[in-house]
Write a protein that binds this ligand. Sequence first.
Ligand code: PEP
Length: 238
Amino acid sequence: MIVAANFKTNHTRETAAIYLDALELFLDTSFIDCDIRVYPPLTALLRADLYSHVKLGAQNFYPVVSGAYTGEIGSHQLGEFGIKNVLIGHSERRVTLKETQDLIAQKYAFAKENGWEIIYCIGEPKDVREQGISAVLEYLWSEFDGIDMDYERLSVAYEPIWAIGTGVSAKIKDIDEISNILKSKLGNTPLLYGGSVNSENLSSIISLSSCDGVLVGNAALDVANFCKLIQIAQNVKK
Ligand code: PEP
């Protein structure tokens, strides 16, 4: 079971370090066998090898080693922190930051070449959801253009855009329907759900047979709350 926290543009270097120390302590003293990942902002990255229970990852990178890409960081910079774990295709980068499928596929290929662990995000906007399941699936499949779905260090996060950061999660029956279809295509690749996951809905989401974990934004910003989510995930018997 994967339980991942995406900080987005929240936390500073100082507060992220306090968060991670508290999380490590919790994981050190609890019997948790989930795969725990945290994606702080790039300015708050710390050395990944400082943590034995948490995998630290990067929310973003540019698909180069180094060079003239003002404002970006490449594998040289991530390497300094021992980061081998990245998010790719998050809807906030696709929609707000205008990342194209072509750039996303380049980032994916670069991450794969480096052997990094990837959480690859897909999800449909509200107007597509309103057109029904065939439109949703067509949209989701298009987000796999140029993506090697057989990469062994891949997890996919299904995150309906209209459910991200809105406090309105998808209905359990809808998550179940889409997740079953995605999983039939993904085989053994872990499938996560993301979109307003919280301590109330987490248990029903991860009890779904096709759900292998969650990617959490808002509800993971507070470390005590994230520990609570981890404990709930741990308690679900699958
Ligand atoms: C996310 O950032 O991927 C996310 C799912 O955010 P939230 O939990 O706030 O909806």
